[in-house]
Design a binder for this molecule. Sequence first.
Ligand SMILES: Nc1ncnc2c1ncn2[C@@H]1O[C@H](COP(=O)(O)OP(=O)(O)OP(=O)(O)O)[C@@H](O)[C@H]1O
Ligand SMILES: [Mg+2]
Length: 228
Amino acid sequence: MIELRGIGKSFGGRTLFRGLDLELVPGTTTVILGRSGSGKSTLLRIVNQLERHDEGTVRGAGVEIPAGLPHRQWLRAATALRRRTGMVFQGFQLFPHLTVLDNVTLAPRVVHRLPREPAEARARELLELVGMGLAANRYPARLSGGEAQRVAIARALATEPEVLLLDEPTSALDPASTFDVVRVIADLEKRGFTLVIVTHDPDLGRDLADRVVELGGPAGAGAALQPA
Ligand SMILES: Nc1ncnc2c1ncn2[C@@H]1O[C@H](COP(=O)(O)OP(=O)(O)OP(=O)(O)O)[C@@H](O)[C@H]1O
Ligand SMILES: [Mg+2]
């Protein structure tokens, strides 16, 4: 699936992690823990190559991306990898001028050139899956945080990714909304999706994780730990 070997990343002379190994096994959930600024979002963005790594190799989607690959080669490989992953960004980032349904169908229609009808049929199924089936025609401004997050999950799944990456899916939410979102994520896990979840909520981590990666923790940067 997707495999990271010996990954290192620094910003302006500050090393976030080095020698980090991570294999995303199909059907498993990997949780990335760590305090603010430890590099959790950066690691997630390296998994789908929205961010380039300084050391090591990322493999997946039939491509191999060593650090320092020339830009054109990197871009081609990164695009292939990105097409196999779905991303739920920190803070939802729904398109405010589009309805819920159009938010979910946009990537399949524009990037994958799916016609409107099958794109909408699939979007409605995904909205049902996340408990937002009745909200298809609403605009993001009319959604609560938990509802917006569940739409963001449906949108990330619309391109049928092999791996779903979630950046702090509950950090902006009240307890009731957190409960709804955690239930959706647990349901995806049960259905065999491959998930990578960034959180600084250790409870969320423990409940859902097959594997925990702790950044900047007491065990040292990038230590991969098995859950207790
Ligand atoms: N594009 C960038 N250029 C320079 N520095 C960056 C860049 N992206 C991230 N950083 C720095 O790298 C560090 C890690 O950032 P990152 O966003 O990965 O942390 P995080 O663990 O996700 O934090 P949080 O829990 O607050 O979301 C921070 O110090 C941040 O300022
Ligand atoms: Mg972050």
